[in-house]
Design a protein around this ligand. Structure first.
Ligand code: ZN
Length: 338
């Protein structure tokens, strides 16, 4: 049967060839002829000076000659399969470009799915609360500074600690370092309000000034709470009034930033919304200089209760801090859409 089927097929092919006339030239564009198509690029945006590694998904990635961003050729093209390749972005001015794959069979047609956006890298300020030298410098730390709404507060405080003696300033510092590493890996510019965990201060109004650095897209204060041990969980502090330095538009952005981080904390940090303060992990205050005086979209986090055994276990362990830092970074990236 197989032999007979083959003979019949060969006959029909011969007939078709005889009846088909002269060979037709294969067109060099279009999707039916083996020319590439691009159905997805990821990430879909990156910085102006290039260097972002991009995954391109599509069809027809064989004999790839070039991957172009607008008219600029990408670098280090690595074709994994006929449907996946990697390429490093070239430098480009701000704006959207089509990512098009050129092969011997033609060039992928421009379409919505292949668009890539060049944008200036976002700038994020991280404010790890307190400092390791605060406890031994009471005069410096206790002097009063302006905290917003006509009130004055101590320059800074020492922070809390777990019952096992793990101090809040160290937790804040280590989480901030992890968040910074995750954001920098995505091409984001990150500023800190302090340069070590062994210094003094800076004062809360100075921290707010750093958060307000020109060009800041998001500022995040990183703290942990010290509350009665039967309560646990994180909370996002939000300003209960319009911050003195901020516009209504900025205040709305602060709310969205807080929600994005709250969502990420709920889904990945190992901490639940606080059971002992505020409402579902949100707490409204008007006595935090970092919120009152910042002119940038700002969120003030309390990442668990250090006096609670469950939260303290997370805060004191590298794996726990990783989970918390990944969630904060995910929330910031989600807010930035980056
Ligand atoms: Zn604190």
């Amino acid at each position: 049967m197989v032999r007979g089927w083959s003979a019949a097929l060969a006959l029909s092919l011969t007939v078709a060839a005889v009846g088909g006339g002269a060979p037709v030239a294969v067109p060099k564009t279009g999707t039916a002829t083996g020319a590439p198509t691009v159905t997805a690029v990821s990430p879909r945006h990156g910085k102006l000076d290039g260097g972002t590694r991009i995954k391109v998904v599509g069809t027809g990635f064989s004999h790839v000659q070039q991957v172009r961003f607008g008219t600029a050729p990408g670098r280090r093209v690595h074709v994994v399969s006929r449907s996946v390749l990697y390429v490093t972005t070239p430098a480009h001015v701000a704006g959207r470009v089509h990512v098009r794959v050129a092969s011997a069979a033609g060039t992928s047609p421009a379409r919505f799915a292949d668009r890539y956006r060049y944008a200036p890298a976002p700038q994020v300020v991280l404010d790890p609360g307190h400092n390791g030298g605060n406890a031994s410098h009471p005069a410096q730390v206790n002097r009063l500074v302006y905290a917003g709404y006509g009130r004055y507060k101590a320059c800074n405080t020492t922070g809390t600690a777990t019952n096992g003696g793990y101090p809040e300033h160290r937790f804040n510092w280590r989480v901030a370092l992890l968040v910074r590493r995750l954001l920098v890996a995505r091409g984001i510019k990150v500023l800190f309000t302090r340069s070590s965990d062994t210094g003094v201060g800076p004062c809360v109004n100075r921290r707010a000034a750093i958060e307000s650095t020109r060009g800041t897209d998001a500022a995040v204060a990183i703290h942990a709470d010290g509350a009665p041990s039967n309560g646990h969980g994180f909370h996002v502090n939000e300003d209960s009034r319009l911050p003195e330095g901020a516009t209504r538009a900025t205040r709305q952005k602060s709310t969205i930033l807080g929600r994005a981080i709250h969502y990420a904390l709920v889904h990945g940090s190992g901490l639940v919304p606080a059971t002992y303060v505020g409402n579902n992990g949100y707490n409204y205050r008007d006595d935090l200089a970092g919120l009152n005086l910042s002119t940038a979209p700002t969120s003030f986090l309390e990442l668990g209760n250090m006096r609670n055994a469950h939260d303290a276990r997370l805060q004191s362990s590298p794996s726990g801090r990783h989970r918390i830092a990944h969630a904060i970074a995910a929330g910031i990236l989600g807010y930035l859409g980056w």
